[in-house]
Every structure is written in C-alpha cells, then in structure tokens.
Design a protein around this ligand. Structure first.
Ligand code: ADE
Ligand code: ZN
Length: 326
C-alpha cells in the first residue's frame, strides 16, 4: 500500500531495542556450538516453540536463557552486527540500543568484553552502513539497588562508550523509586536516562520515573493512558514514549493489534514512537512493527511522518544532527 511504501522509504530511528533481544534462534545455536554451551532445546524449531508468552516474566525467563550463549567479544560483536545489517534493510539510520551488563556479569563475562564487542560493531556499522548510534547501559530492576550501584562503579572506566542509562526487566514490584539514588548518580555523570514504565506496571510508576528519576524518556508508557493528569503532564513536557507494538501484542499488554493505543497516543498529542524491543522474540524488526500497525490501525500519512519525526526529536543526537533528520 501507499502507507507501507512511505513507512519503508522514511529514514527511521529506533530508540527501544535490547541488543540481547535481537539474538535470533539460529545464532543461539551457532554460538552454543562455538562456545560448547549446553542448551535445554534440541533444535532451532524447539527453541522457537518456546516463544509463546502470557506476560513479561514468561518472556524474560526465555530471554535470559537465550543470552547464556554470549560469552566472548566475538559473540557480542556478531550479535550487534547482525542487528545493524538487518535494520539497515529497513532504512533505520539511527539506533539507541540497550544492553543488560548485569546479566552477563552473572555468567562471568567482564564489562570490558561486552563493550568491546558491542561498541566495536556499532563503530563498524557507523563506518560501513552509515548508522549513527547511542549505547545505553540498562540496569536490571529485579536485582538490588546495591547491584546497580556496583555495576555503575564497574562502568566508570568506560563512560566514554556509554551514552545513557536505562532500567528494564520485571516491572511489577520493582518501582522506579527503588533506583532513585542510582539514577541520581547517573545524572551527576551528565548522561540522559530512560526507564521502562507503564508496560505492565501502573501509572504510578510513570509518575515516579518523571518526578523521582527525572527521566529524559519513557520506555513503553502504555498504562499512562489510564491517568488523564499523567497524559496531560507527558504532553505538556513533550516526553517521548518508545512504544513497541509487536512486543505489546506478544506479551499480552494488548489483546489484539486492533486494540493497540498507538493512534490514541498520537491523537492525544503524546510523542509516541515505533520500536521493536526484542525483535528475535516478538516477530519482527522495525518494518514488521510498522506493517502491523499500518494493517490493523487507522493510521494516516501524517501519523507516519509524526512517528518518524518523534523518534529523531526524542533521540539523544545533538541538536545539529537532529536538524538534519527533522
Ligand atoms: N528486557 C527486554 N525486553 C524487555 C521489556 N519489554 N520489558 C522489560 N524488560 C525487558
Ligand atoms: Zn524493552
């Protein structure tokens, strides 16, 4: 369709992508073999069969098991390079990606190894594919404040390779305020922050992200729609929401794509963007997400332009670089 062609040809930015969530089943098996890691799945098909989730936690259990094959610098490089090559086909020209260092530190993989692979591939992608990037260290909210503070200490020698900080993993029971002191430290470093809030958790968690963490973006934010005063606040301050349609469908945040609030968000003046979250697990990359919402929602040309603009405007590019895209 005409809308699909527009979505394909627009230069796009992806602001919500967990690099470990781009680990395709085929690469899981290749790396398992390379590293002599035993998997609890006999084949790619058996692994894929496990990709059926009723909620966030059921997904996270499979996600952390999948990433257990990531051990060497090459593994992190190959993972990141495969993602960049794939989204280049979708005309993604800027990416702001998360990684979960604590999940790899737990397996004994030093931060230096993780970063050498991820950052090396990001630099190669910039040089050969022309994809600009920001790299976001994301803390795991199911772990303690102490663990997050230790991780931040470990990150201090590498701050030149870290462009911001995030918060992900099991949302319910782990409100943003649990990490108020951690993110105050991040702010002191002069880095932007973004936290997952209102995916499964209540509007209260979005308020906390704004008032207690002073975030620069909200990841997901779906449940903000339950609170009119919160919507007003997000609109008035121009907060960017990094929305993930296929993720929301696969994690049962919405019952069907027809029920997805993306258009409602735009109509209310919220700065929503389209992102893939964990594309290897949720059925697709950037264009698969656009295709799904174009097929199932009453999107217009203006909405598509708005979505693309919102992503560049809400990115952490310099004002000069944003202007080139807006
Ligand atoms: N980690 C990876 N994907 C996530 C998501 N959608 N929500 C919370 N934590 C995550
Ligand atoms: Zn996410």
């Amino acid at each position: 369709s005409e809308l699909l062609e527009l979505a394909e040809k627009m230069p796009k930015a992806e602001l919500h992508l967990h690099i470990e969530g781009s680990l395709e089943p085929e690469l899981v098996f290749k790396l398992a073999k390379r590293n002599n890691v035993r998997l609890n799945y006999a084949s790619v098909d058996e692994l894929k069969a496990a990709y059926s989730f009723n909620n966030l936690q059921e997904f996270l259990d499979v996600y952390y098991a999948g990433m257990s094959v990531l051990l060497t610098e090459d593994d992190f490089y190959d993972l990141t390079w495969a993602y960049l090559k794939r989204v280049h086909e979708d005309r993604v020209v800027h990416v702001e990606i998360f990684f979960d260092p604590q999940a790899h530190l737990e397996r004994g993989v030093p931060l230096s190894i993780q970063l050498a692979g991820i950052h090396g591939a990001l630099e190669a992608g910039k040089a050969t594919l022309g994809i600009s990037y920001r790299l976001i260290l994301s803390f795991l909210r199911h772990l303690s404040e102490e663990s997050a503070l230790e991780t931040l200490q470990l990150a201090r020698p590498y701050l030149n390779q870290l462009d911001g900080f995030g918060l992900d993993s099991s949302e319910k029971g782990h409100p943003p305020e649990k990490f108020a002191r951690v993110f105050a430290e991040c702010k002191k470093l002069g880095k932007p922050i973004t936290v997952h809030a209102g995916e499964e958790g209540p509007p209260e968690y979005v308020w906390q992200a704004l008032d207690q963490l002073e975030v620069d973006r909200i990841d997901h934010g779906n449940r903000a729609l339950e609170d009119d005063a919160l919507v007003q606040r997000l609109v008035a301050t121009g907060q960017t929401l990094t929305v993930c349609p296929l993720s929301n469908l696969k994690l049962c945040v919405v019952d069907s794509m027809q029920d997805h609030p993306l258009v409602t968000m735009l109509e209310k003046g919220l700065k929503a963007t389209v992102n893939s979250d964990d594309p290897a697990y949720f059925g697709g990359y950037m264009m698969d997400n656009y295709r799904a919402v174009i097929d199932q929602l009453p999107l217009t040309r203006e909405h598509l332009h708005q979505l693309a603009r919102n992503a560049f405007a809400g990115s952490w590019l310099s004002e000069a670089d944003k202007k080139k895209h807006l």
